[in-house]
Ligand binder design. Structure first.
Ligand code: FBP
Length: 258
């Protein structure tokens, strides 16, 4: 039994992420419509998403149980400068009580504080195992020592770090092309790979091309936010994403925008 099964349909997955209110602040990403968590929770179920990633406070007040929940148990704001660190803000036990089927944890690979996040994730991963939850890591190379967070080698390093640390799935940035992303998928081994979205792409096809490239590279799916809920018609975008991920819709490869 794969702990990720609850998030999969025919082995693939399209997950909606909505923790940007903490990570970036409402003014950076939200408008009058998507600032409302109820709109996102409804979009997740109406759009047929296979998972929804929320922070604790939003899950407590808005989660309706319709789409499998990934409870982010750490996070940080964009306000502190310097080497990034995000510490645990919710216990695994409490995540279970909110209905979570997985915990999400961000690791800033390369940060001066990476060892603290490795250590904290290690404990959380073991607690998740005991309770039958999947452990999903957002592995983002960050900090003064990181030149590019989307190069082939650093993205593969992020993927591999997730595997080595015991993640069931890793959420990583797209390298910009399918061939180089395939190396990251290979490096991730049995850890499933989800492509992270990034800022809203200039056109739908630009983003769908990235998703196509990630899936062709062997990714299990995508875990994205802004390219869906900043879209004028999020449900239409959801349909197109599902066609690419599940129905093999072809879209020309396009370079990554992040
Ligand atoms: P997006 O698709 O909107 O980029 O969301 C993916 C995500 O990982 C979110 O879960 C998270 O809030 C955000 O990106 C973090 O972005 P970053 O650290 O790159 O600014």
């Amino acid at each position: 039994m794969d702990r990720m099964d609850v998030f999969l349909k025919a082995g693939k997955s399209v997950i909606l992420a909505y923790d940007q209110g903490l990570e970036h602040g409402p003014s950076a990403d939200f408008d009058n419509r998507n600032v409302d968590p109820a709109f996102i929770v409804e979009t997740a179920s109406k759009g047929g998403f296979n998972g929804l990633a929320l922070q604790k406070g939003v899950a407590e007040r808005y989660y309706d149980g319709k789409v499998p929940l990934i409870l982010k148990v750490n996070g940080k704001s964009s306000l502190p400068k310097g080497e990034p660190i995000a510490r645990q803000n919710c216990s695994v036990e409490y995540a279970v009580s909110l209905g979570a089927k997985a915990i999400g944890y961000t690791i800033y690979l390369g940060s001066g504080y990476e060892s603290e996040m490795f250590s904290e994730f290690g404990k959380i991963q073991e607690q998740a195992r005991e309770r039958g939850l999947a452990a999903i890591t957002w592995v983002y190379p960050r900090g003064a020592s990181i030149q590019s967070d989307t190069s082939k080698d650093i993205v593969a390093y992020a993927a591999r770090a997730g595997l080595e640390l015991g993640a069931d799935a890793v959420k990583i940035k797209y390298t910009g092309e399918s061939q180089s992303f395939a190396w990251a998928v290979k490096a991730a081994g049995k850890a499933r790979v989800f492509m992270s979205g990034g800022p809203k792409a200039a056109t739908d096809d630009a983003f769908l091309g990235q998703v196509r490239g990630a899936i062709d590279a062997g990714a299990t799916g995508i875990a994205v936010g802004r390219n869906v809920w900043q879209h004028p018609e999020p449900l239409k975008m959801a349909e197109k994403l599902k066609q690419v991920v599940f129905d093999n819709l072809q879209v020309a490869a396009q370079p990554s925008s992040h």
